[in-house]
Design a binder for this molecule. Sequence first.
Ligand code: J2J
Length: 546
Amino acid sequence: MTQPQTHPLWPRPDAERYRRAGHWSGRTFGAHLRDWAARHPRRTALVDGERRWTYADLDAEADRLARGLRHLGLRKGDRVVVQLPNRAEFVQLWFALQRLGAVPVHAMPGHRRAEIGHLIRISGAVACVIPDRHARFDHRGLLRHILTDQTGSGPLRHVIVLGDPGAHRDFTRFEDLRADAAPLPLESGQEDPDAADLALLLHSGGTTGLPKLIPRTHDDYAYNARAAAEICGLDEHSVYLAVLPIAFNFTFACPGVLGTLAAGGTVVVSPDPSPQTAFTLIERERVSITSLSPPLVPHWMDEGARRAADLDSLTVLQVGGARLADDVARRLGPALEVTLQQVFGMAEGLICLTRLDDPEDLICTSQGRPISPDDEVLIVGPDGRPVADGLPGELLTRGPYTPRGYYRAPEHNRVAFTPDGFYRSGDLVRRLPSGHLVVVGRIKDQINRGGEKIAAPEVEEHLLTHPLITQAALVGVPDETWGERSVAFLVCAGPAPGTRELALFLQERGLARYKAPDQVVGITAMPLTPVGKIDKKLLAGTLAPT
Ligand code: J2J
């Protein structure tokens, strides 16, 4: 282990146990890709539209891009914020960074100035990779804004643009990385990455003012993907369709892109999650497995779209990121003639899956059980002590792919982790006799809008900068479409601003669009709990369906 201490590590006895058990393979992602390419060089690894890459191609592409990145000055340990949509280049770049030992910081396509600026600052990124435009948004302007912002962009030196860098002469064209003008040796002795090193940084859904970074190593993340792939029965005939954003932990490694590649299968990227686009790809590429968030499910079940396509090849449909309603779960399997797999996961680690051969009832009413025999789960009450079996409590967890702390956040770690290294998920769950978990609620100050996480305090802080708003509370309430929608309760000096006005205000502050409140309710005073906190339960209750 050569890197400076930026986060707590797994204690040595645990690390040794995970190695002995064979969970941690001691191989880096750069080495894994070499192995896969040697094993099946001519199999198709990656498909994007009309473009296809074999494993040998992907391996060579990763090398070429790694040389280009090194030529640019990137080194082992450098952080690189990657905000790319579902394109093959995400995967190629990701492995190129792994070859160098550089660390991708996964950003979502919907992130805007506030989120990208924050990710750049807290990771200390030296480079940021963006598309020119995506979903009618110009990402180059966003980066220009960050670079000229007074709060600073730290050591950020390179902006790499997939597509047209436009008028920004100091931005690097992604394609130029492949030019390979001055080939540099890649392997250079002591600079080689180690499997215990940081491989990537994911961001937390957040419960405080700003999201934290989650440090994932080669060893732990590769195990995460492999263990999930085994449970899903992936092999070299599997074809995975990346429908949700590829940077999402679910899409990328549960088993997703990495699990499919580890099994020798084929990854197909879908440019958008609509059934029209996805069904065409499923039919054409004989897709066998994909993953969705609950709000997409009704669209996929829509009869008209289904009848027009041949979905025979699709055998497993994973749904996760937010609670799937039991009645929708029951209708899904028969409607699409697939096996439903519920996925309850978190970027912090722990992944729970229903097994493909679980009884129907369990598949439709539970959110699965942990994927590793070495995942430890505690369900505790408000006093921190385990609750009696079957009762709801907060899920605490620790294990071979759940890091013991956030990146560069020692103070937050003291709250978010127990002294013996359990992550406090903030999720309320109940354990069934089979070991499966049912997610029954949440104690964290977060709204889960159809899988997109909104940290209430982050949005509240922004709302409070509005000249008319004196107090703000963002609350999640049940919603037909999103599972949960966000409602801003506001105390204002004058009439409360409307939803559209607030959305524009937050957009100007650079906040991602999905964080804008779905509804605004003006109130005259905030109700308080006996200890003087805003009583969000009571607020939510005023809107609950009767
Ligand atoms: C209820 N809540 C759920 C579910 C996640 C796979 C799948 C999802 C994520 C993810 C992920 C839920 N029912 N089925 O990383 O690899 C809520 C919980 C959890 C939080 C984590 C993966 N599945 N959740 O959603 O880091 O509250 O990861 O703690 O974005 O989503 O969010 P995130």
